[in-house]
Write a protein that binds this ligand. Structure first.
Ligand code: ADP
Ligand code: ZN
Length: 433
């Protein structure tokens, strides 16, 4: 099923036309109502009349997270505060928080986009969703919540935390769908095993996971443990929240809601637009946003775009999985390392639990990577030789994937702290010096 055929299945001409129209209006709007953009455009000698088609987007300035911080809290709003009906803010883990504001129209677009996602996952009004994303300033909880209601399905607003209660209600209320971060899904699966409630007493069939990078292997693991069909959902608060892109039943990239969010891939070094298929930094222009529209927002997320038509019938461009954020990328002894690469290796090996931690340090001026990973119950042994063999095995695989030696620390099951929101998988002690 497709929620909005007229928007999700446009011909290339229809799409270009709609995007061009919307971009023109957007640029008019921000030029006249956001001093930050007017000034930037004046500096670049660009006037709204210079933007005629969607291809002219390359003439426009970029926006960065720093710009949001510099204009904290309301500086980038394009409407008076009386028009804003909701505020969210980013976690601010990497500095001052950033604010986003939504008008009534923005919220209606958000609900529609999330309903499109849920429909693509095969859900309908008969489903019961347990939303385990955090409710609050984080966009995950409320974003999914209103999407479920818009779809006409039933929502259980669980939020994150209190995992045993969550499992109890999923069981008692007969929830058919679970939405949360992939790392929390694993934690729920683990806790569920411990409750001893037989799996066939649960009605769960769909999982909606996002808000942090995860791998194909992680998907298999979650699907097997929870007995569900797991789908990816992507989004970021600056652009909207969850629902910017979503997988369909083919799970071959995530369809972008291109009638509202225009995607580009750029080289983070030259800032030039890259052709389809090439990996680079994802950039979004919010074509219809009223509250806080953004021109060419640099997400720092690294991925590639695929414009080929999908067998599901949707014609929207699909984005690959996020490899990592350009600011999550570790440079260890000059080698680029993404936590997702380590995750793939760990999950390919039957001896390990999908829980790991990377600790980077600088010893005698040399970077050192330690990978802590949990050994599965049946594979943990008191025999030192066995453990040494296992260490060698994973170190060898990691070396061939990363091109780098890592110290391995094997730990017992359940020793690495579990996450109920976005998992913290890297401790970079070098930054503390
Ligand atoms: P913050 O983490 O700054 O508080 P957000 O909650 O808006 O803000 O986080 C958005 C970021 O989360 C994205 O830019 C991306 O890096 C990551 N993210 C969201 N969904 C996914 C996904 N499905 N796969 C990978 N990364 C994701
Ligand atoms: Zn598709």
């Amino acid at each position: 099923m497709i929620w909005n055929i007229s928007k999700e299945c446009m011909t290339p001409e229809e799409k270009r036309h709609l995007q061009g129209e919307r971009l023109r209006k957007l640029v008019e709007r921000v030029y006249h109502s956001v001093p930050f953009y007017r000034q930037k455009m004046q500096e670049m000698d660009i006037m709204p009349r210079d933007i005629r088609t969607i291809d002219d987007i390359v003439k426009l300035p970029f926006t960065t997270k720093q710009d949001l911080r510099d204009n904290y809290p309301y500086g980038l709003f394009a409407v008076p505060l009386s028009e804003i009906v909701r505020l969210h803010a980013s976690s601010g883990t990497t500095g001052k928080p950033t604010t986003v504001g939504y008008t009534r129209y923005d919220l209606s677009v958000w609900s529609e986009m999330t309903a499109r996602c849920l429909t693509a996952y095969g859900a309908d009004r008969n489903d019961i969703f347990s939303v385990g994303y955090g409710y609050g300033l984080f966009t995950g909880g409320l974003g999914m919540h209103y999407g479920v209601e818009h779809l006409g399905a039933t929502v259980i607003p669980m939020s994150s935390g209190n995992t045993s209660k969550h499992i109890q209600l999923v069981h008692d209320f007969g929830a058919t769908a679970l939405a949360c971060t992939p790392s929390y899904a694993l934690y729920i699966a683990e806790t569920l095993e411990k409750t001893g409630i037989p799996r066939d007493e649960f009605k769960l069939r769909i999982g909606i996971f996002g808000a942090e990078p995860w791998t194909e292997n992680m998907r298999k693991e979650i699907e097997a443990k929870l007995g569900i069909d797991a789908y990816n959902i992507y989004g970021l608060s600056e652009v909207m929240g969850p629902g910017v892109s979503y997988e369909c039943q083919y799970k071959d990239g995530s369809h972008i809601g291109e009638d509202h969010f225009y995607p580009e891939i750029i080289s983070p070094d030259t800032l030039e637009q890259l052709p389809y298929g090439q990996e680079g930094e994802l950039v979004f222009t919010t074509l219809t946003k009223e509250g806080m529209p953004l021109l060419r927002y640099r997400t720092k997320d690294l991925c590639a775009l695929d414009p080929t038509p999908c067998p599901c019938g949707r014609t929207s461009v699909r984005m690959s999985r996020i490899m990592g954020r350009s600011d999550d990328m570790l440079i260890i002894r000059g080698v680029n390392v993404f936590p997702s690469q380590v995750e793939s290796v760990i999950l390919e090996m039957e001896e390990f639990e999908p829980h790991y931690l990377l600790i980077v340090d600088r010893v005698n001026n040399l970077d050192n990577l330690e990978v802590q990973v949990e050994v599965k119950d049946g594979f943990y042994s008191d025999e030192i030789n066995k453990m040494i063999e296992l260490k060698k095995k994973i170190a060898g695989r990691l070396h061939s994937v990363l091109g780098l030696h890592a110290d391995i620390k094997l730990v017992e099951p359940y020793t690495i702290e579990r996450s109920q929101g976005k998992a913290q998988r890297v401790i970079d002690k070098r930054k503390l010096n």
